[in-house]
Design a protein around this ligand. Structure first.
Ligand code: OMP
Length: 276
């Protein structure tokens, strides 16, 4: 099971921290700009500084696409560097993909077989049938948006809906985020390769989702720059094994005065609150 790669690393280093390599080219320190592969060199530095505290690295495609072919090439260099030097660290491509099934076949080959990421973020809007090419990959992980961290997340996600009478399960009215959580955990996760995105800024929802879907892992972005509170996230989102959370911080670590110290601090806080 691919989720075990994450769990094994989490147990080995006693952390749940995911460092977000959202290496915005306009913000990386000037000393890197002189180098031939500035974004890659910056990432390599961050990885070497933070790896002992990191269970996962997440790269958001936007910050590489914005540089065109150079950004894509340096994204590939970064994932190759991770896979070669830190093969037990879980890698996430944050692209929030998903299209009709035929098109998804192309994304699957690109993300899983060419880039060689362990996981990808996906939105659920097209439904299980369309996402099947991702879900069929037992060796890779599909991380489905459920409750996002942004202030306007509720515009659609809070809509209270009733499933059609023909659909499986209860027809009780529920918010869309709850329907997604139940659907993914009951029907999409046959290969035990699904996770959910549950923002660290929505603790009530996180608690509810944990109570209805059992031990499935949440990718929880939103601590640090977006204001989510680490202690409360652990309280609301840990599963019964003391796992089940991938706690991401991007800007809060990579653009800190001292990224290593920031990663260490978060990791130590995770250790402290996890066990209390
Ligand atoms: P920081 O706010 O800098 O820690 O970055 C958060 C990262 O998580 C960015 O890459 C976002 O695109 C991503 N993210 C969210 O912030 N909210 C979500 O609901 C989902 C994601 C994600 O899928 O990772």
């Amino acid at each position: 099971m691919i989720v075990n790669k994450y769990n094994k690393r989490a147990k080995k280093i006693n952390s749940l921290l995911c460092v977000g390599l959202d290496s915005d080219f306009t913000k990386i320190p000037k000393r890197f700009l002189k180098l031939k592969f500035p974004q890659f060199e910056f990432n390599k530095w961050i990885i070497d500084e933070t790896h002992e505290y990191a269970v996962a690295y997440k790269m958001n495609s936007a910050f590489y696409e914005m540089r065109g072919d150079k950004g894509i090439a340096e994204l590939k260099m970064t994932i190759d560097y991770l896979n070669k030097n830190y093969p037990d660290i879980f890698t996430i491509f944050d692209a929030k993909r998903a299209d009709i099934g035929n098109t998804n076949n192309g994304y699957v080959i690109s993300i899983f077989d060419w880039f060689c990421f362990d996981a990808v973020t996906l939105h659920p809007y097209l439904g299980q049938e369309a996402l099947q090419p991702f879900l069929d990959r037992k060796d890779k992980c599909s991380i489905i948006l459920c409750r996002t961290s942004n202030p306007g997340a509720g515009e659609f996600q809070d809509l209270v809906l009733k499933k059609p009478a023909s659909a499986k399960g209860s027809s009780e009215a529920k918010p869309l985020w709850q329907i997604v959580a139940e659907k993914v955990s009951k029907d999409w996760n046959k290969n035990k390769n699904c996770m959910l995105v549950v923002g660290a800024t929505y603790l009530k929802e996180m608690k509810k989702i944990r109570s209805i879907i059992g031990g499935m892992t949440f990718l929880a972005p939103g601590i640090g720059a977006q204001g989510g509170d680490l202690k409360s996230v652990l309280k609301s989102g840990l599963n019964s094994k003391g796992l089940g959370l991938i706690i991401n911080s991007s800007r809060g670590i990579i653009f800190a005065e001292n990224p290593k110290e920031e990663a260490k601090k978060l990791c130590q806080e995770i250790r402290k609150y996890k066990d209390n």
